[in-house]
Unconditional design. Structure first.
Length: 351
């Protein structure tokens, strides 16, 4: 439920300072812009003050906004996830940044011959190799690059090749030369890329505890500059850990088959073919419950949304054995394209 206030709003103190999402509406109550913040009052007030940054968007919001709606959330992460769902659903015209599926970035672990850590987006994803390990990060690509660079100051990553040593070793910033590693134990010990992924996966990170203790040690010994450097890396690691989704190939697109029987329309069996690296790896059947007041196209959309939020896989094709009229077919295709930011193939099958 959103709280609404009218503009022009002179007193922003009525807006809470807690985390949440906000929406700007025009005179026709169409949504202009959706955002999220850890401090609603501070962020909303910034839009109605003069700003040199993004001047065109700020001026449009100031001129067109007639209502401000806001909703409090329990923490910052819930607010940003709610923002994503709201943007997928409503597609406000002033949200110029793509906060849909394509806002996922990727961490790629690749052996060449030593393990390398690569960052990428779906649009500029390099040619994937068979043994690549791919992890999704719920964050924009530029922000991901900044966080990885901040972590890299205290956790050196391998950038060496078969022909030359890494840049850190040449500048005397790394104590090891990966090309000179002979024993397997030394290579495992030097594998900071795996150490980072394990820190992101695990609920209790040894790396976070290690850096926290090291910061306290540096402060006790009055080494404040070094403590500040480690603290920056620690904050970046915590942000990356909160936004870490898990293993996810950008081309892992599942196929859903809905079978609606004539005698029962409340319990609908759904067969899901799961793909990994472009190959079918599993076939599962779920029994989904449909309420009486929910139309079939709404039920399918809600089912796909819930499945995506749990598994972060995009539907490639949806097959149903119940013929929809042309209006409902068009509406379902439109909703799926709006939510997933790409067309989803909808097929009708009699069997």
């Amino acid at each position: 439920m959103f709280n609404r206030v009218s503009t022009p709003l002179k007193d922003f103190s009525i807006i809470p300072t807690s985390p949440g999402i906000y929406r700007f509406l025009d005179e026709y109550q169409d949504i202009l812009y959706i955002g999220a913040s850890k401090n609603l009052q501070k962020r909303i007030s910034q839009y109605f003050k003069r700003s040199k940054l993004m001047k065109k968007k700020y001026s449009q919001i100031q001129i067109l906004t007639r209502y401000i709606e806001y909703q409090e959330c329990c923490n910052e992460e819930v607010a940003f996830e709610t923002e994503r769902i709201q943007i997928w659903t409503n597609q406000p015209r002033l949200n110029v940044r793509n906060n849909g599926i394509h806002s996922f970035s990727y961490l790629i672990l690749r052996k060449m011959p030593h393990i390398h850590l690569l960052t990428s987006t779906e649009e500029v994803l390099p040619k994937l190799k068979e043994h690549d390990e791919i992890y999704r990060i719920n964050i924009h690509f530029k922000k991901l690059q900044i966080l990885v660079e901040q972590i890299r100051r205290n956790l050196k990553f391998c950038t060496s090749t078969d022909t030359r040593s890494c840049w850190e070793y040449q500048l005397n910033l790394c104590t090891r030369n990966c090309d000179q590693i002979k024993s397997r134990d030394d290579q495992i010990e030097a594998n900071n890329e795996k150490k980072l992924i394990n820190a992101l996966k695990s609920s209790s990170s040894e790396l976070i505890s290690e850096w926290t203790e090291y910061i306290e040690f540096l402060i006790d010994h009055m080494e404040f500059e070094e403590a500040q450097r480690v603290c920056t890396s620690l904050k970046a690691l915590k942000v990356l850990k909160r936004r870490f989704v898990g293993v996810g190939h950008p081309y892992d697109q599942n196929t859903f088959i809905f079978k609606i029987s004539a005698d029962s329309t409340k319990l609908i069996p759904t067969t899901i073919y799961s793909y990994q690296n472009g190959k079918i790896v599993s076939k599962n059947t779920h029994i989904a419950q449909r309420t009486e007041n929910m139309s079939l196209e709404v039920f399918i959309l809600y089912y796909l949304q819930e499945y995506f939020q749990k598994n972060t896989t995009i539907p490639k094709k949806v097959t149903i054995n119940h013929q929809l009229d042309s209006k409902n077919q068009f509406r379902l295709k439109k909703w799926m394209r709006r939510y997933f930011h790409k067309p989803v193939l909808l097929e009708y099958c009699k069997n």
